[in-house]
Write a protein that binds this ligand. Structure first.
Ligand code: HEC
Length: 109
């Protein structure tokens, strides 16, 4: 039981679920490098924005930076696992620290 808890804590920390509070300024830079090619405004040129426009049909903004409902944990889950054409990002591409920074950038304050 004790070992299982330690293992679980390790998984939560390594997946960024217990993300430490990130730096939104660096998060913006990381986001612009890795995420904006798909998630910038303009559905015609950005497949992430197009897909979210189709998915939410105006109930939520299609641009992630305009969302008010994202949490660092939710962002981390999508970034590490991917969804549809969005690839999962490895720690060699986006470190846990950088992922926490993206989470801080996308989370309303
Ligand atoms: C190759 C294009 C692509 C890249 C690069 C990409 N995404 Fe995505 N992302 C998508 C698509 C497409 C979807 C929507 C999939 C669907 O229809 O559910 C999505 C969905 C998401 C969602 C889920 C939103 C929701 O409400 O369902 C989050 C969060 C997200 N992306 C964050 C990111 C972040 C952060 C990055 C950068 C680290 C990133 N994405 C990079 C294409 C991309």
């Amino acid at each position: 039981m004790y070992k299982a808890l330690i293992l679980l804590a390790g998984i939560l920390i390594s997946t960024g679920t217990l993300a430490q509070s990130g730096d939104p300024v660096n998060g913006k830079a990381v986001y612009e490098h890795w995420c904006s090619p798909c998630h910038a405004p303009g559905a015609r040129k950005h497949p992430g924005t197009a897909a979210l426009e189709f998915l939410y049909k105006g109930e939520k903004p299609a641009v992630l930076e305009q969302r008010l409902d994202l949490t660092p944990a939710l962002v981390a889950t999508f970034v590490r696992n991917g969804v549809k054409i969005m690839p999962p990002f490895r720690k060699t591409e986006i470190s846990d620290k950088e992922l926490a920074d993206i989470g801080a950038y996308l989370t309303p304050r």
